[in-house]
Design a binder for this molecule. Structure first.
Ligand code: ZN
Ligand code: ZN
Length: 374
């Protein structure tokens, strides 16, 4: 267990007054203005020791062999006198260890997001698309430094370019120096004596541009394409963030996409399904011949290999699955009725036996499973 009495340099029976006095003395010695950064670690130890020994409850716990400032000791993060450890630390070392010094004027800009609607064919094959974007760009008049042409940045008179000012504050430790950003220059260390008229000193202006976006094959709704450094230019003409183009695929009239496979439903008259036929189907790749065998059943799937969507960043394409929907004729005239009756007689189907098929998922659920990729 850490010996807090030793860290503070006091005997185990030291009075509260002795502990406080010793702490003040050490705190002044270890102040960064005196000890530099080297004092930081030791100051943390000293502050932790004081946090425990200055609080009668915690000191008692500690004397009984429990360290109340260790994570298992369940210490509350506070000095007995209402100062938090963090408060003291920040007073000494300035905002949690932030380095003092001027803040650069040029800062990286934000990333930007735009949405782009594409159609299925563009997703399947990839496309080059023009895209209009509105983002901040470097001000052409001042080149990003925010100064009227012919003028330049001037060192801040108040902080002399340091970007921060030091104040002396009184505390129970005595006088401590605190560092705060310079209000005159907002911490930049420089001021703009005459701001550029076009950007009001911001170093950037909004502008509408047209970009060419390479949409790779295989993108889908939600895919984001990153265009490096095409986002918002930062304040002070700082480097641009990235631009993300989020894809939204418009639904197609006849094709449904599942992954990189496409599905469609082909309506076939009952007679054609029974006799077999050859059809020309309009696909993303133009007309394709489909050969339906005699006796094609409702729900049967004809797969056209490689006529689906291209795989993203990989070779090859998904398939086009054609689901057959057999249409039973309605509105038969007398002659047609007679023909079908004769057919039924020939096939012995005038009064068919009621026959239930085995309990398996029907056409509908098979189709649904196929669509959801199960
Ligand atoms: Zn400007
Ligand atoms: Zn200043």
């Amino acid at each position: 267990m850490t010996d807090y009495y030793e860290i503070l340099g006091v005997p185990r029976d030291a009075s509260a007054e002795q502990i406080k006095k010793s702490y003040r003395k050490l705190a002044r010695e270890l102040h960064p203005d005196v000890a530099g950064e080297a004092g930081e670690e030791r100051f943390k130890d000293v502050a932790r020791a004081y946090e425990v020994l200055s609080n009668p409850d915690k000191r008692q716990q500690y004397d009984m062999g429990v360290d109340p400032s260790s994570p298992s000791g369940g210490a509350g993060a506070g000095f007995g006198n209402g100062f938090g450890f963090q408060d003291i630390f920040e007073t000494f070392f300035g905002g949690g260890g932030q380095t003092a010094g001027p803040v650069p004027r040029a800062r990286r800009g934000q990333d930007a997001l735009v949405r782009m609607d594409i159609d299925l064919a563009e997703a399947a094959f990839g496309a080059k698309r023009e895209l209009q974007v509105d983002t901040a760009v470097v001000c052409g008049t001042c080149g990003g430094n925010g100064c009227r042409p012919g003028t330049d940045l001037k060192t801040c008179d108040v902080c002399h370019g340091r970007g921060n000012v030091q104040r002396v504050a009184r505390s129970f430790l005595g006088q401590v120096m605190t560092t705060a950003p310079c209000a005159a220059c907002q911490g930049f260390g420089t001021v703009i004596p005459e701001p550029c008229a076009d950007c009001s000193g911001e170093g950037r202006v909004r502008s509408r541009r047209t970009l060419t976006v390479n949409v790779p094959a295989g993108v889908d709704t939600g895919t984001r394409i990153k265009l490096t450094a095409q986002g918002e230019v930062g304040p002070g003409g700082g480097p641009a963030g990235d631009l993300y183009v989020e894809i939204r695929e418009k639904p197609h009239d006849t094709f449904v996409r599942r992954g990189d496979d496409l599905h469609c439903t082909l309506q076939v008259p009952m007679t054609a399904a029974a006799l077999g036929t050859v059809l020309d189907l309009e696909t993303l790749d133009g007309e394709q011949e489909i050969d339906l065998r005699p006796g094609t059943q409702p729900g049967q799937v004809v797969t056209l290999k490689g006529l689906g969507v291209g795989h993203l960043h990989a070779g090859g394409r998904g398939d086009l699955n054609v689901h057959v929907e057999v249409q039973v004729p309605t509105g038969l005239d007398d002659e047609q009725t007679e023909l079908l009756r004769s057919l039924a007689t020939l096939r012995g189907e005038e009064r068919p036996e009621p026959r239930l098929s085995a309990a398996h998922p029907g056409v509908f659920s098979r189709l649904r499973d196929k669509l959801s990729g199960r």
